[in-house]
Design a protein around this ligand. Structure first.
Ligand SMILES: Cc1cc2nc3c(=O)[nH]c(=O)nc-3n(C[C@H](O)[C@H](O)[C@H](O)COP(=O)(O)O)c2cc1C
Length: 176
């Protein structure tokens, strides 16, 4: 059972929080990490490669730093490049992914107070991802967000990585 993780960080070399989250998953069985910005530095996603990766996923995780309340652009482009031809031109093949659990995991510079119901929650901000999941007949999981990451020390980030692992492990797998 394969967990496919699409990591979309435009500057992963300089990352602290997303690195710590990923480190938390190091012992996760059958984890396939695709670091999109490293794989496609020119921004041109290989749709055939990524489509095969998606088709072998039993659980899909999208991990990214929140940027302007949204995903970094290459993750949006992944939807355009991979999901559009698959779901609009080959629906019979796309149907194999029906029921795929999808978890969005993000880090924010802003504190958790900025993402409470008085403003816009992470759940509300992720409405387009949730709608995509719905369109694809995937199983949307409650998103995970680690806030105020610049003010978290290494120990706190390490704990966030452990929590992340628990959340990923508790997400179901696709029943084929
Ligand atoms: C272009 C850009 C846009 C950002 N937009 C937001 C934002 O909308 N909300 C927020 O809380 N943090 C925002 N941030 C802060 C990042 O989310 C934060 O730096 C990142 O989660 C840190 O993770 P890292 O240590 O893995 O790089 C932004 C950062 C950049 C560079």
């Amino acid at each position: 059972m394969t967990t496919v993780l699409l990591l979309a960080h435009p500057d992963f070399v300089a990352s602290r929080a997303n690195r710590a989250l990923l480190a938390g998953l190091r012992d996760l069985p059958k984890l396939e990490v695709a670091e999109l910005y490293a794989l496609y530095p020119d921004g041109k996603i290989d749709a055939a490669v990524e489509r095969e990766r998606l088709l072998r996923a039993d659980r899909l995780v999208l991990q990214f730093p929140l940027q302007w309340y949204s995903t970094p652009p290459l993750l949006k482009y992944w939807q355009d490049a991979v999901l559009t031809p698959l779901f609009y031109m080959e629906p019979d093949i796309a149907a194999a992914t029906a029921g795929l659990p999808i978890l969005a995991a993000t880090t924010t510079g802003g504190p958790s107070a900025s993402y409470q119901p008085s403003g816009m929650t992470i759940d509300e901000l992720f409405a387009p991802l949730k709608a995509t999941a719905r369109k694809c007949s995937w199983l949307w999981q409650a998103p995970l967000a680690v806030h105020d990451v610049r003010n978290l020390d290494d120990a706190a980030l390490s704990r966030a990585g452990e929590d992340y692992k628990s959340v990923v492990l508790s997400a179901p797998m696709l029943q084929r």
